[in-house]
Design a protein. Structure first.
Length: 387
């Protein structure tokens, strides 16, 4: 079984990896035909702004960004931040870096890793924070910036800029934290002008839109209001960067879709009895690790409790189609992926909280294969000359 095919986020990363002068290209996919590496290499400064959770449907509320829409891409699978951002930081597909969603099963530790907040959880739901050293021992990242011929800067919200995950993924890059969206145009303009004439790469991240999509829903007034603020920031950012010989690429890690049906695995004890580990992955793309000899029982219990609300796909079929991407697979990919991929229907999401944890409640979600989750925009603006 294969995931949808088309110009992809991973092809954009190939354009960046090669165009920014990677000493060792780890991404086997071809660059975007509309953004060849020589075009990227021709700019003194390349800025990539990733706006977490920017769905294609949001274009209606962002006219400045919409005017610079260059391409529609397909993001990685699963269509989620932990997988896609790690791909951007490393230049590698999820199959290569091995982080398969918000939560990833670690077979050596027999624990669940929630990589972005750097926490590890046992079967009973007991969670501990990981230091940068411990997290590094779990994921062994290969930061893209360490392979580039040009210097790099990572610009992130202050609360996560120096987190264990960000510290590892930032590699040799300079790290800048900031507090508010409104700061970005002046901060970025000053930064680009301060680095001099040497070629430079800057990655910029903004996360609040994704939070609003989850909590309020993708069609909510809160999301629309924030999109207006993002769009105004983009217009000001372009003004600040005029004449700096900058290529500004703005994109996202995944889309967002409205959901209204919460499926709680704890209400299906016959299913839980078949699992050797709590579900990992994503609520819209869950990974099931099943006890030996319980596979038939697991499938029957899933069908009896959830009916056709959850599609059950044997992981062997999924992996054979390179659905997590191409390249040399992570040595633990098969063990981390488990036995089955569970895909809820378009309106549903599946949770499996442990212990006293109530688990997430969403009005918007992502991670799956629908257009709203998988297809993403790429915006492009050349700021080579002052107007």
């Amino acid at each position: 079984m294969k995931a949808p095919e088309g110009p992809g986020f991973i092809n954009l990363l190939a354009s960046l990896e090669q165009g920014l002068g990677s000493a060792k290209a780890l991404n086997p996919e071809p660059p975007l035909a509309t953004l060849p590496p020589e075009v990227v290499a021709g700019y003194r400064h390349v800025v990539v702004w990733l706006i977490d959770g920017f769905a294609l449907d949001y274009l209606a509320y962002a006219p400045s960004l919409r005017a610079d829409l260059a391409l529609q891409l397909e993001t990685v699978f699963p269509s989620t931040t932990a997988s896609a951002i790690t791909s951007l930081f490393t230049g590698m597909s999820p199959a290569q870096h091995g982080l398969l969603g918000w939560q990833t099963y670690l077979p050596q530790q027999d624990r669940t890793l929630t990589v972005l907040p750097a926490r590890e959880t046992d079967h009973a739901g007991h969670s501990v924070a990981l230091s940068s050293k411990s997290l590094n021992a779990r994921i062994h990242p290969l930061p893209l910036v360490n392979r580039l011929s040009r210097k790099s800067t990572i610009v992130s919200p202050a609360q996560i800029a120096h987190s264990p995950y960000n510290r590892l993924m930032s590699g040799c890059a300079r790290v800048i934290g900031y507090d508010d969206l409104e700061q970005l145009p002046a901060l970025l303009g000053a930064h680009v002008r301060s680095v001099g004439q040497a070629p430079h790469y800057t990655y910029l991240y903004w996360s609040h839109l994704d939070h609003l999509g989850h909590e309020c829903g993708p069609s909510s007034p809160e999301v629309r209001e924030h999109l207006a603020a993002i769009d105004a920031t983009y217009a000001r950012m372009c003004g600040e960067l005029l004449g700096t010989d900058t290529l500004l690429l703005t994109t996202t890690d995944h889309g967002m879709r409205a959901v209204n049906q919460r499926l709680d695995l704890r209400q299906a004890p016959a299913v839980c009895a078949c699992l050797r580990h709590p579900l990992t992955g994503e609520p819209r793309a869950a990974l099931a690790h099943v006890r030996p000899g319980r596979h038939r029982q697991f499938r029957h219990a899933m069908e009896a409790h959830f009916g056709n609300r959850v599609e059950i796909i044997a992981m062997a079929d999924w992996l054979s189609g390179n659905a997590f991407g191409t390249g040399i697979a992570h040595p633990e990919l098969q063990a981390r992926a488990g036995d089955y991929l569970l895909l809820p229907d378009e309106d549903s999401y599946l949770v499996n909280p442990a212990g006293d944890d109530a688990g997430p409640c969403f009005l918007g979600a992502h991670g799956g294969l629908t257009r709203a989750e998988r297809e993403i925009p790429l915006f492009r603006r050349s700021l080579r000359h002052a107007s």
